[in-house]
Design a protein around this ligand. Sequence first.
Ligand code: NAP
Length: 285
Amino acid sequence: MTLAEVVIIGAGTVGSVLARGLRKAGLAVKLRPLRRGLPKQRVEADLVVLAVRDDEIAQVADRLASAGLLGHRRRTVGVVHCAGALGPEVLATLRAPRVAVAQMHPLLSFADRQAPPQLRGGYVHVTGDRAACRLATQACRALEMKSVTIEGFDLVLYHAAAALLANGAVALVGSAQAALETAGADPDLAGAMLAPLLRSVAENVARLGLPAALTGPVRRGDLGAVRAHLARLSAKTPGQVALYQVLTTAQVPLARALAAASSESPNEGAAEKYDAIAQLLSDPR
Ligand SMILES: NC(=O)c1ccc[n+]([C@@H]2O[C@H](COP(=O)([O-])OP(=O)(O)OC[C@H]3O[C@@H](n4cnc5c(N)ncnc54)[C@H](OP(=O)(O)O)[C@@H]3O)[C@@H](O)[C@H]2O)c1
């Protein structure tokens, strides 16, 4: 079962970026915008990717199934969708003797087709019928992405984790940018200053993992700095105090884990410092 021909239905951000990547890898790819309607003729492909909005997936699958556009070839065709929180069952109406279905969810952030993320090295969660998973895995390999299948995976929780990081990080940048502007930075400069900082954090996480990627006053047990931050945020940008409290509190267990793992002597008294920081954050008055 060799992957050669791919049809992507849905020419949004993900569909367009996957199409470009698969073409670059030498595959024959047809990209079809959903708004142009479903193909009128039988679909000649080894793999059909439904890169449409999550709430359209089931309906598109039903329409493909009832139109009888798949399953006519000697080889099994795989049909996959790209949604994170949905398993293969959303495509169940398509299942037939030579039609297999799966989820193929790229765990990357696609914001703009003209500024695609680096696909190489990214993970893709693949789960579903064996034949469809095999074809999806070949597509991932062509994109130089890593396919993973986690048995019994809670896909809604998986997607919540992805959204917490990918979308939460953007909201966090917005919050930090607003604070920089209040501090006196020009908006364009504030945005430009934050991107390299965020990139350095991602690189620390990639190279060192947790808890070693943590830096800053909580890691250092610097109660005075945290107190000063809280006071200034309360005075100048009070809407950001709650976010600062939540995210700084979440650093305390990481700092404790780092201190516990360290063999250096300055960690004497670390537990008390972290207790004091946690106490201040829970009741900053
Ligand atoms: N974006 C991400 O970071 C990301 C990451 C992983 C997985 N996914 C998943 O990938 C799938 C596709 O997501 P996407 O980010 O590519 O979504 P998208 O850019 O919004 O495109 C998805 C669909 O929305 C349609 N669409 C776009 N603008 C429209 C408009 N103004 N009016 C009507 N329809 C419009 C497109 O139609 P046409 O086909 O007609 O152009 C396309 O079929 C989803 O299942 C999503 O959960 C997304």
